[in-house]
Design a protein around this ligand. Structure first.
Ligand code: FAD
Ligand code: SF4
Length: 508
């Protein structure tokens, strides 16, 4: 008789999952299921689906090799009923376990569905908190309760103290908590720029690739070449490669963008970390060790650790704190449809073409491309934030709602009115020109402010401010921009509105 059925979701591929804590291999069954409902509720990138299924199969093999009984349901199993709820019901009726144990999922939709399982399955269902995160739900709620505004920087300091990372006694290493001001360098082409390691698909992954090619042919993105790590050992190799080769320059070039260099000095580990192939505490400790050993300077180590200990934990806290309605926030009342070129990549704007093109190829873009190119453009153009959210959730291999939604709805679209960021991340073409080499090859002129050849970011930026004046003018951090807008002549303001209208009409 099966004592406990333990469910692992596709992003819970860690032996340290709370649901495996008291696993008894003699009496328990661990279940993983590839289900169509999860692969299609948005049209996920083909590489993302292949990564998740291949990593699930690899982890199931690891568990089996350790003597654990695994019930693995493949997508093409003729008996597969297509959803998690029905697959769990089928397993319960066949195995008759005394109880079901699982770790909370990473999104409200599934969490709500799971609430009904105890009643429908007729056995006790224990949902455990996800202990992979450093900040618990209760700790984040307690921290947020005491504040009028949630600011990542202060949260991050608490996390540093709580995790004991980069501290000299009670004080931050080097005397400052944040070295971001040293991290704004544009990058030059460099033949020796480290590339993330590529892993040739083994026979199991090949089977998954064939399955995805057949079943998800109409989903976005290139399936091949497929080079992601799918096992813990491979993900560990990717992390080690980053710590040695790219971390020493990570912070310096964190905000840079360069044609033909999709990864620069970024770690390219988010998909592994979010799926459970890597562990956040371990990554931070090892980045600190590189600094302590003198191999990485403090601005680079701190800049990297801040992303994981600060931003990653912070956005997760915001996601669960704000509840399911957060997805539908639209503080700026933006209603335009997402331009089709977000899916096709067919645009003459070189920066967008590069960011979307590599997204389609690799299911990856680094943070500044997501924030200051695709995100910035969507916000300036007044695109409905929910549609923007669906796009980000679909196209990136690391996208799960708990981390994607606050980054999109909050940080990039300012649709939460200032919960994640204190002001909109809006910029004209000048920022993109400063941080990249895209503008040199663009049909638009980044220096031109008006007319058909002017960079669209330039007039869209001022049009965005003018359109949203009533909602943003009171924000003290926006005051200098509104002062500049104020000083413009009526003719100049009319010209901006006219250029923006023509451009946005043509976009539809
Ligand atoms: C609109 C938008 C959508 C995003 N959607 C996602 C998403 O779906 N999944 C996701 O993991 N990240 C998301 N991010 C955050 C960030 O862009 C990615 O984590 C990062 O680009 C992943 O690449 P990397 O592993 O090379 O990261 P690096 O630049 O090397 O950073 C190291 C790690 O820090 C963490 N990190 C960095 N920035 C953030 C952040 N803002 N929020 C949370 N974690 C962060 C990631 O785990 C990342 O692997 C989004 C950002 C924006 C602006
Ligand atoms: S000119 Fe404008 S549209 Fe073209 S690459 Fe530069 S910022 Fe992008």
């Amino acid at each position: 008789m099966v004592q406990t059925l333990r469910l692992l979701l596709g992003d819970q591929l860690s032996p340290r999952m709370a649901s495996l804590r008291d696993l008894d291999p003699a009496r328990d069954v661990v279940m993983l299921a590839e289900v169509a409902a999860e692969a299609t509720y948005v049209r996920h990138h083909k590489k993302k689906i292949a990564f998740v299924f291949a990593a699930m199969r690899a982890f199931a093999d690891e568990l089996s090799e350790q003597g654990v009984t695994v019930r693995y349901v493949q997508l093409d199993d003729p008996l597969n009923t297509g959803s998690l709820g029905t697959e769990i019901a089928r397993a319960v009726s066949e195995l008759k376990p005394a109880e079901l144990v699982l770790t909370e999922p990473g999104e409200h939709r599934l969490a709500a569905e799971m609430e009904s399982w105890e009643a429908t399955l007729g056995i006790p269902v224990e949902v455990r908190e996800d202990s992979r995160f450093i900040c618990s739900h209760a700790a984040f709620r307690a921290w947020a309760k005491e504040r009028k505004q949630l600011r990542m920087e202060y949260f991050y300091r608490e996390m540093r103290r709580c995790a004991g990372v980069l501290l000299d006694g009670e004080e931050p290493a080097g005397g400052r908590w944040n070295y971001d001001s040293e991290n704004r360098k544009p990058a030059d082409a460099d033949l020796f720029m480290p590339k993330p390691p590529h892993f040739a698909p083994d026979a199991h992954t090949r089977e998954v690739l064939d399955l995805v090619a057949t079943r998800f042919a109409d989903h976005v993105g290139d399936l091949e070449p497929f080079w992601f790590a799918v096992t813990h050992a491979q993900a560990e190799e990717a992390l080690r490669h980053f710590l040695v080769n790219a971390l020493p320059s990570f912070g310096d070039y964190q905000d840079a963008m360069l044609s033909g260099e999709p990864f620069l000095y970024h770690s390219v580990i988010s998909m592994y970390l979010n799926a459970g192939l890597l562990d956040a505490r371990d990554i931070c400790r090892r980045a600190e060790a590189e600094y302590r050993a003198g191999r990485v300077s403090l601005n680079n180590a701190e800049g990297f650790i801040r992303q994981i200990l600060g931003w990653r934990e912070f956005v997760r806290g915001v996601y669960w704190l704000r509840g399911p309605d957060y997805l539908h926030e639209n503080a700026l009342g933006a209603t335009r449809n997402l331009p089709w070129f977000y899916w096709s990549g067919e645009t003459e704007m070189a920066c967008l073409k590069a960011a979307i093109g590599q997204t389609k190829r690799e299911a990856y873009a680094h943070h500044i491309q997501r924030l200051m190119v695709t995100g910035n453009f969507a916000m300036l153009a007044g695109v409905d934030p929910y549609q923007v959210h669906e796009w980000y959730l679909a196209v990136y291999a690391d996208a799960y709602e708990w981390v994607e939604a606050p980054n999109t709805i909050g940080m990039s679209q300012f649709a939460d009115g200032g919960v994640v960021g204190s002001k909109p991340y809006a910029s004209s073409g000048a920022y993109i020109d400063r941080m990249s080499d895209y503008c040199g090859s663009c049909v638009y002129d980044v220096k031109a402010k008006a007319g058909p050849k002017a960079c669209p970011f330039n007039y869209l930026y001022w049009d965005f401010l003018a359109r949203n004046r009533d909602k943003l003018e009171g924000n003290p951090r926006m005051a200098p921009m509104f002062k500049t807008l104020e000083r413009m002549s009526d003719e100049r303001r009319a010209e901006i509105a006219d250029d923006a209208r023509k451009f946005l009409e043509a976009l539809q």
